[in-house]
Design a protein around this ligand. Sequence first.
Ligand SMILES: [Zn+2]
Length: 423
Amino acid sequence: MSKVARDNSGYEDAVAPFVVAANTQAWRKALNLLYINGSGMVLSEISMPVIVSLDGKEEDVTMSLDLMKGKGATMAPSLATAILTMFMPGLKSLMQNPALAESGSKAGEEKMVQAVFSSFAPVFQHGLDDLAKTLIQSGFTLSDAISVAIFQALSTFRKSQIHVMTDQGEYEDVVRLLRRLDVAHPQIQVSVCPNCANFRLIISRHSPHSEKCAQCGSLWTTLTLYTLENTLSKLKVENSDLPVFISAYLRNKLTYLTAMEEISVYPNAVVNTDEGQVEVDVYLPHFNVAVECKVFRDPFGSFSGPHAGSIVGDLREKIVRLMALGVTDLLIATNLTNEATNKLREELLSDERVRLRLWVLPRDMSSLLGSLDAVADSVGKQVSANFEKALKGTKTATGKESDTPEEDTGPTLPHRREETPPP
Ligand SMILES: [Zn+2]
């Protein structure tokens, strides 16, 4: 007997903007965030995923950055990272501060200012002491140094993230859409003037309107660091965002298709069985459907060489456990290329224990959504067929296998329709 012990359906609200975007054409690109591995988005040791956008051209400010650096000794990259790392814990506690929620009112603004100062106080009291000594010794002015360091650290970090996207244009589109969907918020913005080497460093959730250097009127080159909405941020670090999105998307589709019946969908399900616990990324126990999500840190490099062998081996074992659970239809959503997914599917099916309907999907949101629509349609048809049978008085289970859990044995989902007994 198997039973879903716990799942992440309580977090589906955090991905609601993505479900909306999925039902459009123009906003769908924002969903590509789900194809970035969380560990590739985390800055230094702070477990908070960030994204960085660029306005203007970096090559235009090479001369200016050089001049800013030229005012003193060249700053070591480790020092640049050290400065940024010092600011991040402050930002983190700042964003968790309830005062932020009240910003807009005057009292809220005051609390906000207090929160800023208390968040950064440790940095200024302790962290900067040693740093300041270093900077003074090397002839830097602090603000020049911090701006150059933050600019360079953000630039390096941004390039490493773009590496896992298809191109720079796509990355910027994703960041822009995430911001407009209100799931990404600016935290730090650093601007450098390509013309006069003027600079501007802003720590704010609201980026300013001025796009031009106050000194000479040239357009800034600006890097902006964004953090994600708190719950989404947590899901991203755990790489649970794609499963939770898939679950929310399916639930949304099924609500329309099966208005008469609430379908159980469990993201990040932990299922207790007689043989132990099985984790399923997305589980529809009554229909024996499961989705596994494999979002690789380096999607272009990870599925080759000896590493690929262990990926295939682990997945085969996982599939065997899912089959023992009764799963007959399995979708594997990956961020790999078409070629790599074809190879992966072939290798999985070459194991004679793997006997179920298997789809391995590449990094392509339209193909993933198309497959999820097909799953929803199929579930919807089963439900209406069973409903018709029930109307005709035929006693039948609603597509359930005898060894799968009854609907009421799972945890109570937030979207579950409550049954009210007749008076
Ligand atoms: Zn200027």
